[in-house]
Design a protein around this ligand. Structure first.
Ligand code: TXA
Ligand code: MG
Length: 343
């Protein structure tokens, strides 16, 4: 199959493909999504097939407006209005209990709940309107690999397997949306996956401490956001997290062991490591926002086989604000491994 790259003035063509049950990737402010008509089970099955995604991991239903959600949900959590008014469209996915059999079970993994998201990207909302149906929208990468933040990343993973990709440049946030569970009206909302809308943001808006559950999930535990249990964001090259005071020691370790090391960090650390490592992927600034935006692109760039790296050394940030989401993804890509001088 030829994978066509559509510009944002070719949305009609892309929407026609989606209506027919073909797969088209779309841009969002978080990462690129792999779109398919959420009401056609055959199309949705293809999404699992091309990503290599386990079928018990439910998909996000991507909508153009809140009215679209009301077709599938009639029992909303009392805080829904406040949250939607503040953060939709935006990088926040909401889990609701759905009307029985209103969505194909292949979308929900057979659960009585479903995840909904209204992305900020206007062109993508227009695409959904033109298609006239909600689109499933998991990240448009091969399952387990870093999520795609550019159309080139999508093309690299899925070329020949999907009908098209709508290109709208690099994602502005770079990490997937915050997932907030609102499925039980009698319970306080819980964050199942940290993202750009932070625990601090939601707690402030709602006047309660919103718990963060997703990152605590361990192996063998039934996770609330099923996707959190799988191996994730993992490049083939080993990744080590480096604490801020350990970069000098890391330099010595790389040299003594004759390693080809790559560095993933902001300007300050990158400059310090530049001449002692094989290559550097520099975030544009020394901020957690900038690190979040560059993380997946950096992991992909440094994992390039041509570089033949032994190890990727990555900068860490305090787990607050968007730093919590950055560290959640980075720790998974490193399987929680930190650099220690004895490594
Ligand atoms: O930013 C994003 O959310 C991107 C863009 C493309 O919209 N999409 C995305 O989709 O990250 P995906 O499929 O990679 O992640 C969806 C997450 C998974 O962890 C999944 O397990 C969880 O949402 N999820 C989906 N339905 C759920 C449900 N009913 N209950 C709990 N978690 C659910
Ligand atoms: Mg994903």
């Amino acid at each position: 199959m030829e994978t066509k790259v559509y510009q944002t003035d070719q949305l009609h063509e892309a929407a026609e493909k989606l209506k027919k049950g073909e797969l088209v990737a779309f841009p969002t402010e978080t990462v690129y999504g792999l779109g398919a008509n959420a009401l056609l089970p055959e199309a949705v099955k293809q999404v699992f097939a091309v990503k290599g995604r386990p079928s018990d991991n439910p998909l996000i239903v991507t909508v153009a407006d809140f009215t679209m959600v009301q077709d599938y949900v009639d029992n909303f959590h009392p805080l829904t209005k406040k949250i939607v008014e503040n953060y939709w469209p935006g990088p926040l996915t909401l889990i609701f209990t759905i009307k029985k059999n209103s969505l194909p079970s292949v979308v929900t993994g057979g659960l009585s709940t479903a995840a909904f998201r209204m992305p900020a990207n206007k062109k993508t909302r227009e695409l959904i309107k033109l298609a006239g149906v909600p689109l499933v929208g998991p990240s448009a990468n091969t399952s387990g690999k870093p999520s795609p933040t550019t159309s080139e990343h999508v093309y690299h993973d899925l070329k020949g397997k999907i009908a098209g990709i709508v290109d709208d440049g690099a994602a502005s946030i770079g990490l997937e949306s915050t997932v907030l569970d609102l499925s039980d009206s009698n319970k306080a909302p819980v964050i199942l996956r940290p993202g750009a809308i932070t625990q601090e943001d939601l707690s402030k808006l709602l006047g309660v401490t919103v718990a963060l559950d997703g990152h605590l999930i361990r192996e063998n535990e039934a996770p609330k956001a099923p996707g959190m249990k799988y191996k994730h964001y993992a490049p083939d090259t080993k990744v080590l997290l480096v604490k801020n005071n350990d970069w000098e020691k890391a330099k010595v370790w790389v040299k003594e062991n004759h390693l080809r090391a790559g560095v993933l960090a902001g300007p300050t650390i990158s400059e310090k490591m530049r001449y002692d490592t094989a290559c550097v992927f520099m975030y544009s600034k020394d901020t957690a926002e900038s690190a979040a935006k560059g993380l997946f692109a950096g992991l992909r760039a440094l994992d390039n086989k041509a570089l033949n790296l032994d190890v990727i050394l990555a900068e860490i940030y305090p787990e607050e604000g968007i730093g919590a989401a950055y560290m959640n993804r980075l720790k998974k890509s490193a399987s929680q491994h930190y650099f220690t001088p004895e490594n």
